[in-house]
Write a protein that binds this ligand. Structure first.
Ligand SMILES: [Cu+2]
Length: 163
């Protein structure tokens, strides 16, 4: 009995060692190589923690250095778009997105690399047709280029360059 359990224990230990060995090799390979999967999982974790250091976001942070309009919808020949689609500000400046109440189409502002700065709920018309929050502000505290999209309208994209 004792010898049997020892044998089984040893086999299990060998199996676990084998598993541990292979998974270690896998994680080493993926962490040393800049693979897409590793980069994605790292960047989403890093973006969540680091995007707090990129700036702050809210409805009323202060006076905006630059304002971006949100206009158009599916019936617009040009489609929905941010106006202007590209803005440049200095570190510490506030960018404000203003919803046009006449548009009756909601828009959101999603920064893929800075989720904390994003407005996920969206500005503008609510499901019942009543207007939602009309403005969204972001104070950028780190230089860089910040690309964003409205996920409600494919192709509705913008860029904030902070320098
Ligand atoms: Cu939109």
């Amino acid at each position: 009995m004792d010898r049997l359990s020892i044998t089984i224990g040893a086999s299990l230990a060998a199996l676990m060692a084998a598993c541990g060995g292979s998974s270690t090799a896998t994680s080493q390979a993926s962490s040393s190589a800049p693979s897409g999967a590793t980069t994605t999982s790292n960047s989403s974790a890093a973006a969540t923690s680091s995007s707090a250091g990129l700036g702050q976001a809210g409805f009323t942070l202060g006076t905006a250095a630059t304002k971006v309009g949100m206009t158009g919808d599916a019936t617009d020949p040009n489609g929905a778009h941010f106006v202007p689609a590209a803005v440049s500000v200095h570190v510490g400046d506030i960018v404000e997105w203003d919803y046009d109440p006449a548009a009756f189409v909601p828009h959101n502002i999603i920064f893929a690399d800075a989720p904390d700065l994003s407005n996920r709920k969206g500005l503008g018309a609510k499901a019942d047709g009543s207007p939602g929050d009309g403005t969204w502000q972001v104070r950028f505290t780190l230089a860089g280029q910040y690309k964003y999209v409205c996920t409600f309208h494919p192709g509705m994209t913008g860029t904030v360059t902070v320098g």
